[in-house]
Design a protein around this ligand. Structure first.
Ligand code: F6P
Length: 329
């Protein structure tokens, strides 16, 4: 078989470990692995990864020592053209022309929407791997890149805590998660922050002010608040403005961590998840499966139809929301 792999959408630490697993699993089972560069855009332009011999297929050596690297050696993109039926039909034509039997896209919900659209025009097999720091896909407990993004955010918040403590200030730290509070909530718990503003819970400015006064009366001199970029109040800068206008009892500073969270060497948890899912995606293709994401639930590898992965908002664990409230005292 000729199995193609691409990365699409926002990069996530661990994508390289996933590509490596796909290449090694595919080749060791006696198949060819074609690397498509720059996601669906690269597919439309027939941009293939060249191996050491200059051939348009990946070799065992193409993926040497990439498991520990952030980003993706295949590069990634967000592709406008692929939203159109004409783009999807052309992509299908290119896959047929290059005799590709199966495709493994690594990405998030946009990538999987693209896979479903492509499947209407192409009868090859498609098995996706969840690669996004947001952890916003249903059907898998964690997505590749989430653990590293949280690790990076926690490291940053730990450092900010030093200066917050020195100056007796409150910091509002904005983390990524387009529509999701996962990174914010996990970061808040791990970094011992007092407050997390996330899209899954109502953000009530007067309630936060009340809580801040209470914390101050209990002797707190510095506060860490984590805001998801997708919070309904509009992120850390907007929240700072609202808090200051409503009598915030602390001097405040804002930091948006932004794309910093997408870079860096993946933590072991992401490398292992990526390796397991990449290998499982190949084995699923060899078993004749299609139209699904390879995921991991409670340690078990599972196949989940693409449509189910983005059918609803993935709820954050309610026990962690409660735990944060308990610990912030
Ligand atoms: O989906 C991953 C993500 O990092 C989101 O958390 C964020 O909102 C978005 O991508 C940023 O996208 P871009 O890199 O295109 O600015």
């Amino acid at each position: 078989m000729r199995i193609a792999v691409l990365c699409s959408g926002g990069d996530a630490p661990g994508m390289n470990a996933c590509v490596r697993a796909i290449v090694r699993a595919g080749i060791s089972a006696g198949h060819e692995v074609i690397g498509i560069r720059r996601g669906y855009s690269g597919l439309l332009r027939e941009e293939f990864f060249l191996n050491e011999q200059g051939e348009p297929r990946m070799s065992l050596r193409s993926v040497s020592d990439i498991g520990r690297r952030g980003g993706t050696i295949l590069h990634t993109s967000r592709c406008e053209e692929f939203y159109s039926e004409a783009g999807q039909k052309r992509a299908a034509e290119i896959l047929r022309k290059n005799k590709i039997d199966a495709l493994i896209p690594i990405g998030g919900d946009g990538t999987f929407h693209g896979a479903v659209a492509l499947a209407k025009h192409w009868d090859g097999q498609i098995i996706g791997c969840p690669g996004t720091i947001d952890n916003d896909l249903l059907g898998t407990d964690y997505t590749i890149g989430f653990a590293t993004a949280v690790h990076t955010a926690v490291d940053a918040v730990d450092k900010l805590r030093d200066t917050a403590d020195a100056h007796e200030r409150m910091f509002l730290v904005e983390v990524m998660g387009r529509h999701s509070g996962y990174i914010a909530l996990y970061t808040a718990i791990a970094a011992s922050a007092e407050i997390a503003c996330i899209p899954e819970t109502p953000t009530d400015v007067s309630e936060i002010i009340r809580q801040l006064h209470e914390l101050k009366s209990r002797g707190k001199t510095s506060v860490m608040m984590i805001a998801a970029e997708g919070d309904e109040r509009g992120g850390a800068a907007a929240l700072q403005k609202a808090l200051c206008e409503n009598g915030c009892p602390f001097e405040t500073r804002v930091l948006a961590l932004g794309h910093l969270q997408r870079g860096g060497s993946p933590v072991p948890q992401d490398r292992i998840l990526a390796a397991r899912l990449g290998d499982f995606a190949v084995r699923s293709i060899l078993a004749g499966k299609t139209g699904c994401m390879a995921g991991e639930r409670q340690g078990e590898l599972v196949l989940v139809p693409f449509e189910e992965t983005y059918a609803a908002h993935k709820p954050v664990p309610q026990d962690l929301v409660r735990l944060l409230e308990t610990l912030a005292s």
